[in-house]
Design a protein around this ligand. Structure first.
Ligand SMILES: Cc1cc2nc3c(=O)[nH]c(=O)nc-3n(C[C@H](O)[C@H](O)[C@H](O)COP(=O)(O)OP(=O)(O)OC[C@H]3O[C@@H](n4cnc5c(N)ncnc54)[C@H](O)[C@@H]3O)c2cc1C
Ligand code: SF4
Length: 444
């Protein structure tokens, strides 16, 4: 090892080779069958269960937990996949602490929810490990649908359409399918190439062709898709990145957090991935937390998140904030960057404290400097180009009902569409619901 956490600049190999494997191991060890039975036993199988309502895909949680409790994990997995075909990924990445587990009556009564996410993983992993695909296609309808984007929204839509007997072609600009499951989610939440395995498993339904390296706006237009297919679903996510709007943003060492994470997710050898000695991450969402935690796990000496508002306003949950703190990441609240310092390459970030005045945020005039040789921008993604004829609402494709856009025959869902939180599970729900609506429109 030639480098260490103290080596200046952005360099690879800051840690001993074996440290990478330990640092990027599974965030939660999977439950074994005994632990799953014990966890399932804590469920009260509530009538009108609040956990179901809190789940964007409305999985029948008490039913699947009862199925686990009675020794039928495969049946539990079917219950989950019926509502959420990416139930395996969602079990790993859902912020359950703000969804089902927050609503669980045992969380409210005792501050200790039923481990819904981990039970979901236990059930879905059991069925997937057996190589079983639990659904059959209906008889062919003779209708064809184009899906743009192979992320959670596009995959959920494609799978549901294929189940109904339609022929689906998914186009994705990237070399691999999976969207942010493959390129964005933190490595320690989805170990052992789970995104790729899940995609292969999902495709077993049949009737879906995935064409990678094909971009809407480059290789095809919305009009050409409308002419060739009976319906179009747009699930292209948010491929653009917001600008920092601080002086010196163009200095070497300033990069998008999403690009940094994508490189990390695709790296065959984490020890070859360069990371700064002092890393400053700007933002307050999951991307900021993931970029910061993974920089630290790659061996950065110091990692600081700058967030312009207070702790309670931070989009990343308290659980995520605590995870970051437990890995040695420092979060500075109520501070915003005003300049990136350095001559050519970044050497630091000048930040100013902020205070809220009514709805607006103003600088207090008090500044401080943080040393930095790498600055990661995690200040939100944007729609990258709007297909012709579509209207926008708050920068996203405007939709009504189950993803209907203003253009006949074109639906949209997931991060690129208006409404709903930018979460994997929400994208799945929207893709699935759009597919049901497309199906109704196609078969009458
Ligand atoms: C770093 C990061 C970490 C996250 N962590 C979590 C988490 O832990 N838990 C959670 O619930 N959510 C998390 N999210 C949010 C979650 O990943 C997204 O909400 C979800 O992936 C949205 O799914 P989607 O299908 O709408 O879009 P994406 O997953 O973005 O997929 C869109 C797909 O469309 C393709 N595409 C884009 N433009 C075109 C085009 N012109 N032509 C063809 N294809 C195109 C892209 O290549 C991509 O494959 C995270 C997001 C980021 C950025
Ligand atoms: S709210 Fe909690 S206890 Fe009630 S059904 Fe859901 S998981 Fe079980």
């Amino acid at each position: 090892m030639t480098n260490s956490p103290f080596t200046p600049g952005i360099v690879p190999g800051r840690l001993q080779p074996e440290a990478y494997e330990a640092n990027f191991a599974d965030l939660h060890e999977p439950l074994d069958s005994h632990e799953a039975l014990v966890a399932a036993d804590r469920c009260y199988f509530c009538h009108d269960a609040p956990c179901i309502t809190a789940c964007p895909t409305e999985i029948d949680i008490p039913l699947f937990i009862r199925q686990i409790a009675t020794g039928m994990p495969e049946a539990a997995a079917r219950t989950i996949f019926q509502q959420n075909i990416l139930g395996g990924m969602c079990a790993r990445v859902c912020p359950t602490e703000t969804l089902c587990e927050e609503a669980c009556v045992r969380e409210i009564a005792e501050g200790k929810p039923v481990l819904i996410g981990q039970l979901q993983r236990y059930a879905t992993d059991t069925l997937m490990a057996a190589g079983v695909h639990p659904f059959m296609r209906a008889a062919p309808t003779g209708k064809s649908v184009a899906v743009v984007g192979a992320g959670p929204a596009g995959l959920a839509c494609a799978h549901r359409l294929a189940m109904h007997g339609h022929e689906v072609t998914i186009y994705d600009a990237r070399p691999k399918g999976g969207g942010l499951n493959e390129y964005g989610i933190a490595a320690y939440k989805t170990v052992e190439n789970f995104a790729e395995a899940e995609l292969d498993w999902l495709m077993k339904i049949g009737g879906i062709t995935l064409e990678t390296g094909k971009a809407l706006g480059v290789d095809m237009t919305l009009d050409s898709l409308k002419a060739e297919f009976d319906a179009v679903f747009l699930g292209m996510g948010l491929a653009g990145v917001n600008a920092l709007r601080a002086d010196g943003e163009d200095k070497a060492g300033v990069m998008d957090a999403v690009g940094f994470i994508s490189d990390l997710r695709q790296a065959g050898d984490l020890s070859a991935l360069p990371v700064g000695r002092n890393v400053v991450v700007i933002g307050g969402g999951m991307t900021a937390i993931d970029a910061a935690v993974q920089s630290k796990l790659l061996g950065a000496e110091t990692v600081t998140i700058l967030y312009r508002r207070g702790r309670d306003a931070m989009p990343a949950s308290r659980y995520e904030q605590d995870l970051a703190a437990s890995k040695g990441v420092r979060i500075v609240f109520n501070a915003m960057p005003v300049a990136v310092l350095g001559n050519g390459a970044v050497t630091g970030v000048r930040a100013e404290y902020t205070r809220a005045e009514g709805k607006s945020l103003i600088g207090t005039g008090e500044t401080f400097d943080l040393p930095a040789d790498q600055v990661l921008k995690a200040i939100g993604q944007t729609l990258d180009g709007t297909p012709d004829g579509l209207t926008l609402s708050d920068g996203k494709i405007a939709v009504t009902g189950a993803g209907r856009t203003g253009v006949a025959g074109v639906w949209a869902g997931g991060d690129c569409a208006s409404g709903g939180e930018d979460l994997t599970v929400t994208a799945v729900a929207e893709g699935r619901d759009a597919a049901e609506d497309i199906h109704k429109a196609l078969v009458g």
